[in-house]
Design a protein around this ligand. Structure first.
Ligand code: AMP
Ligand code: MG
Length: 345
């Protein structure tokens, strides 16, 4: 009898240990990470939680949404731009000066929001910069420094006021022939924010999306501590100028070292002034930290286009916006609200 009790006790002990370890394992926070090349950059999504199947499903759905936005906004979509598989943006461009085009409501939304930032920056930020980008050859095989006559001609085509939107009918129209949209400054941020919405709707509480320097974090890392995100040194991208602590925020950098081109031994960056038609050189990099990736993406490009002190003043003025600028003299400037959030190296 005594022996039986002893055996039962041992069996029970191991049973409890076994069940306990299974519960512990199912509660353990794990990471699911996936990468895809989208919008000309490597996009990585890392999600954290206890249910790996859910992490995988949510991440896959987030990528589906990002791909959808990428397909809508790609201005170099293959073949004839009037083909039914052409992106909304290439159809709008093709129909410039001809007729309005029915587009996805996300496209109307992006255009509407982007137009507001043109006003805020007195015309420096303008998504109708397409003809100027093309003249320089950005995104194409051959590049050149255009002459002043050529620049003059294309600058007449840059004017966001000529983007005519009809929100009820979901149409967009560029009212002058040869105008063209370039959503390079905004589409990534918009796609990242849509992807975060998908993750949230799936119940994910902790995630990080990195779309080529376009960072958005959800919750805290492992649900415990703020995420640490580095700001690259624009003249030595293997080192950092600072480290940010982020929770439920985005940090997006526009830098002269991204996507620059070299012509006759000179480097030209990819952010162009609609006043001069030439790349701007007042900042080496601008990082904007705010709640959502779309605003951070728009504003990092918009502030990059401004003189450093004006950009800093505008960032201070805007609610919920923080910024770190590296100016042309490689000095680091930042908004006052960042003191708690950034460690300068
Ligand atoms: P980002 O890397 O987000 O700062 O965006 C840079 C991209 O914005 C460029 O590659 C162009 O596609 C686009 N862009 C260039 N100049 C301007 C401008 N003045 N206003 C709006 N978008 C621009
Ligand atoms: Mg941007």
């Amino acid at each position: 009898m005594k022996k039986n009790c002893f055996v039962i006790a041992i069996v029970l002990f191991f049973l409890v240990m076994f069940i306990g370890s299974r519960i512990m394992r199912s509660q353990q926070v794990c990471e699911y990470q996936s990468e895809e090349f989208l919008m000309d950059t490597l996009v990585s999504i890392s999600t954290y939680g206890t249910d790996t199947d859910l992490l995988k499903l949510a991440t896959e759905e987030a990528f589906v949404e990002m791909r959808r936005i990428a397909d809508l906004t790609d201005r170099f979509s293959e073949g004839d731009s009037l083909a039914c598989n052409a992106s909304d943006v290439s159809r709008i461009n093709k129909m410039a000066g001809i007729e309005p085009v029915t587009v996805d409501k996300d496209v109307v939304n992006i255009l509407k929001l982007a137009k507001e930032y043109t006003e805020l920056t007195n015309g420096a930020f303008d998504i109708t910069i397409g003809p100027v980008m093309d003249l320089w050859g950005f995104g194409q095989e051959k590049q050149k420094v255009p002459n002043s006559l050529e620049i003059q001609k294309v600058l007449e085509l840059v004017d966001s006021k000529k983007i005519i939107l009809n929100e009820d009918l979901c149409t967009a129209y560029l009212s002058q022939k040869s105008m063209s949209l370039d959503l390079g400054a905004v589409a990534k941020g918009y796609a990242v924010e849509k992807a975060v919405n998908i993750l949230e709707n799936q119940g994910i509480k902790s995630a990080l999306i990195d779309a080529g320097g376009n960072i958005r974090v959800l919750g805290k890392k492992d649900n415990e501590k703020p995420w640490k995100v580095g700001i690259q040194d624009p003249r030595d991208t293997s080192s950092l100028v600072g480290i940010l602590s982020l929770v439920d925020e985005s940090a997006v950098t526009s830098g002269d070292y991204y996507r620059s081109i070299e012509i006759n031994g000179r480097t030209y960056n990819h952010i162009i002034s609609p006043k001069t038609g030439f790349p701007v050189g007042d900042n080496m990099s601008v990082t904007v930290i705010t709640k959502d990736a779309f605003t951070a993406d728009v504003l990092s490009t918009a502030l990059f286009l401004m003189k450093s002190q004006q950009a800093l003043a505008l960032a201070e003025e805007l609610e919920g916006i923080e910024a770190v600028l590296v100016n042309a003299d490689q000095e680091i400037l930042m908004t006052s609200g960042l003191i708690e959030k950034v460690v300068i190296k």
